[in-house]
Design a protein around this ligand. Structure first.
Ligand code: BEZ
Length: 244
């Protein structure tokens, strides 16, 4: 694992400006929503992946798990695998990652085909799982959180859009399996927001009313109130318009 070096932390008699520049390049800050997804080339169960270039034009869920052959992770992988077609229908690809070898991933995939959980059986994980023994990808994506573990990843989820921009980041503790229906709902909400320039309210589900972004001028706020509600929209207040 690369040392996480804070800017200006080194002490020497060398060309400090140049070293600081390298250190800034070498040290990773946690990626944030709106950032370009950090690039990497990695070995996976489906061969080499050059990310995000190989996924241009697709939505991606890049997610990490603490370790292969652990019970919660196994339920998560079986659930994700059983939803692969639902994600494909949303132009969305899945990529898993843990600090394990590709050989361990392959053996675990085979084992999951034999297991039964919550009605799922003969579950085939066909999406790639990254071999990240070097921890390079996990480090770039802030998946190693040292107060939890310095040798395994937390349960992180990065939703990356077709332009390679990070749109959602979720972190879960090791003891809590993820809610995959919620992850799917976020993709649906992001796609809807991008398509129709709207936002989605709490607990929104596809087909339900959406929110018109708030007015940002006095004139627009007044216009909305004056126009009032109609069959398509309900003006609850100047800042809150709900649309079918
Ligand atoms: C699990 O996947 O079961 C697990 C992994 C790490 C810590 C605790 C549980």
């Amino acid at each position: 694992m690369k040392e996480l070096i804070k800017e200006g932390e080194h002490m020497c008699n060398c060309d400090c400006e140049y070293i600081d520049e390298i250190m800034m390049e070498e040290s990773y800050r946690l990626p944030l929503i709106g950032d370009d997804a950090p690039e990497f080339v990695a070995k996976t169960t489906n061969g080499e992946v050059n990310f995000p270039a190989d996924y241009k034009g697709k939505w991606v869920i890049l997610f990490s798990h603490p370790a292969d052959f652990t019970p919660v992770c196994t339920t998560e992988f079986m659930t994700f695998a059983s939803m692969q077609d639902e994600f494909k229908a949303l132009n969305t690809e899945l990529i898993g990652l843990s600090i394990d070898s590709v050989y361990s991933h392959i053996a675990w995939i085979k084992k999951m085909e034999e297991l039964e959980f919550n009605g799922m059986k003969n579950t085939k994980v066909t999406f790639p799982i990254i071999d990240d023994l070097s921890m390079e990808v996990a480090t770039k994506y802030g998946m190693i959180q040292p107060n939890v573990s310095t040798t395994s990843a937390v349960r992180a989820v990065f939703i990356i859009d077709p332009k390679g921009v990070i749109r959602t980041i979720l972190y879960y503790p090791a003891s809590t399996g993820r809610n995959f229906a919620e992850i799917k709902r976020i993709i649906e909400a992001l796609q809807k927001a991008d398509k129709d320039s709207i936002a989605t309210p709490a607990n929104w589900q596809p087909g339900e009313p959406v929110i018109v972004p708030p007015a940002d001028t006095t004139a627009e706020a007044r216009k909305r109130v004056d126009e009032g509600s109609n069959e398509q929209k309900e003006v609850k207040d100047w800042f809150m318009v709900v649309k079918k």
